[in-house]
Design a protein around this ligand. Sequence first.
Ligand SMILES: Nc1ncnc2c1ncn2[C@@H]1O[C@H](COP(=O)(O)OP(=O)(O)OP(=O)(O)O)[C@@H](O)[C@H]1O
Ligand SMILES: [Mg+2]
Length: 389
Amino acid sequence: MEILGIDVGFGFTKAYNGKNSVIFKSLIGDATDIQFRSSLGEDTSTSSLHISLDGKSYFLGNYAELQSSITEYTLDQEKLIEDFVKIMAVTAAGICSDTEGPLNVVTGLPVGFLKRDSRRFKEVIKGVHEISFHSADGSHTTRQIHIDKIHVIPQPIGSIFNLIFDEFGKIKDKNLARQKLGVVDIGFKTTDFSIFDHLQYIERGSSTMDTGISKCFSVIANKLRQESGVNIELYRIFKFIESGMVKIKGREYNITNLKKRVYTHAASAIASDLNRLWENDWDMDTIILSGGGSIPLAEYLSPLVDGNVIPIKKNIDARFNNVQGYCKFGHYKWGGSVQESKPKPSEKPASPDSPDKAPPSPPPSEPGDSQNRNGQAKGLAWLRRQNKS
Ligand SMILES: Nc1ncnc2c1ncn2[C@@H]1O[C@H](COP(=O)(O)OP(=O)(O)OP(=O)(O)O)[C@@H](O)[C@H]1O
Ligand SMILES: [Mg+2]
């Protein structure tokens, strides 16, 4: 039984099965007929993601941004569940997973929507889906994705599980497992706060706020609109935010100072939410900053937070913290073999402590699994982002 973590975020969809990982923008576009393709430029990973599902064809992620006439992203939870989750989750599973057999999925919802949306989320992705992946040469590969069991957890807890568990779902960091931990997961739309005390989820200190990076991007887009008259969609800002330079209609705009100001403002909003929410949790041992937004915001946020904040590691992509934790939790919950996992260099080596949980028993081997692995699924290898080893 293959176990897969899937994280459909407002900014990026991520999946991880212990071996393969995939990430693409949560952006949907119409599949247009491309009459001329140049073979120059990169064609790796998810750069030309064209799929068909339920009789409709879509371009997704960067490919939609580049080639579609109409692109859609959302910052609305309801719309995310209704219109995005199925397409994003099944596509991510199709790229990441190696098996045609049933998959067990662990996924997450923002803390504030866990109760309301868990059931609907499960209904939307459960069952057998047929998805086609189209290649540039006109050929396609069709796969059946069978999502069997689904477990939904609060999103930021994934980041804690990622630190506590090893790939087999065994506790590798007993010290952390015994602590009272707070996690701040800064995403594209939401910032989620959560407390985990001696491996217990504490509802009281867990909450979702609308202080993700998209708010910063909105301020930048407004300013650029005032100066250039051009309306820039938020998902196009990723491209130039790091360099701080953007060229609009031939004119260069330097947004470095503006970026610093909006990040400083966002960090202080998050810090004041955190200090209010965790006012009585002065006994917190460790605070973990996570989510992709923690990469640009950590330097502004850390000094404003009273407590033992674990510094962000420079060599990992914090957007994957939750989804890797989901997968590890899946192994804790269901056992199962790990997909020939190679430990990532970015991860701490397993603690020499003996695990708190008995090693999960291996599942009965699934006939045909290896055949699938070497067969049809192989055609999708170009779409995968293998972990650097
Ligand atoms: N290489 C990168 N490319 C793009 N964005 C990045 C990168 N590294 C960090 N980021 C930051 O990551 C953020 C997205 O993080 P993440 O994937 O955790 O959000 P999300 O899970 O999609 O959003 P939400 O949790 O609100 O649903 C971006 O807004 C950006 O600030
Ligand atoms: Mg997220």
